[in-house]
Design a protein around this ligand. Structure first.
Ligand code: 1GP
Length: 248
């Protein structure tokens, strides 16, 4: 890591053990022009615990530039959340080494990781192994379309819990339940509850968390790290209410 001495994995583990919920602000490099990013950071730089950077589909070559802008303003871990092997940058502090365990697309279970691994090693990036699960959030998302994998039905928490358990038995150290960016409904509390009870791993939850009430439900159900993207892009001022809701 560049900006802090503690590893991100250690940070996630310690926060989980202390019960302190974390807020991750998702930055989409395609949408992070200087003015909009600065407007977002004015509101969130003190409230975010970490930043995730990435997206299921990137149409601009803006990853390095976004990280430069971000790191010139914040001293929080900037963590890549890659949709594919091209989303690797030496400028980040760490990378979520995602394996899409809810899907059966070998390319996203292991294929893209094989392609990215040598560059990740050469860059010296910290990697966090993550069992990544897509959950139906009420509409087709870029994540489910691009990954060519059906999401877990939202009323089947037991499928998510069994998938999480298998991921933990395979050695994954973090879990991520994602309803997809812009989801109509966030991951249901019952699914979060069953997954968090199935194994003792830091649990990241995102997709469709649009206000403080939703954030409180998600945190209360057992999420350790809440990821918010769209809602804060649209209204950065929401960060304060979301942060206080998850800390209550
Ligand atoms: C999606 O979890 C993120 O991968 C964030 O989703 O943009 O809907 O907050 P939103």
């Amino acid at each position: 890591m560049q900006s802090t001495s503690k590893s991100v994995e250690q940070l996630f583990r310690e926060k989980k053990e202390s019960g302190e919920k974390m807020l991750s602000v998702l930055i989409d490099p395609d949408k992070a022009q200087a003015a909009s990013l600065n407007r977002l950071l004015d509101e969130v730089e003190d409230l975010a615990d970490v930043f995730f950077i990435g997206g299921s589909l990137m149409t601009e070559d803006a990853l390095d530039e976004t990280l430069d802008r971000l790191k010139s303003r914040v001293d929080k871990p900037c963590i890549l959340f890659p949709g594919s092997a091209i989303q690797v940058s030496r400028k980040a502090d760490a990378l979520l080494m995602l394996s899409l365990i809810s899907g059966r697309n070998a390319e996203l279970l292991i294929g893209q990781q094989v392609i990215a691994a040598p560059r990740i090693k050469a860059f010296g990036l910290e990697t966090l192994s993550v069992g990544y699960m897509l959950v139906d959030g009420g509409r087709a998302t870029t994540a489910s379309y691009i990954s060519q994998s059906p999401p877990i039905p939202s009323d089947k928490p037991e499928i998510a819990a069994c998938t999480a358990l298998a991921g933990s038995m395979l050695g994954m150290k973090h879990l991520y339940l994602d309803a997809g960016s812009g989801a109509m409904q966030h991951v249901p509390p019952e699914m979060i509850r069953q997954v968090s009870q199935s194994c003792d791993l830091p649990l990241i939850v995102g997709g469709g968390i649009r206000n403080a009430k939703a954030a409180r439900q998600v945190a209360h159900a057992g999420a350790d790290v809440l990821v918010v993207g769209n809602a804060l892009e649209e209204d950065p001022g929401l960060a304060l209410s979301i942060k206080s809701a998850i800390h209550r």
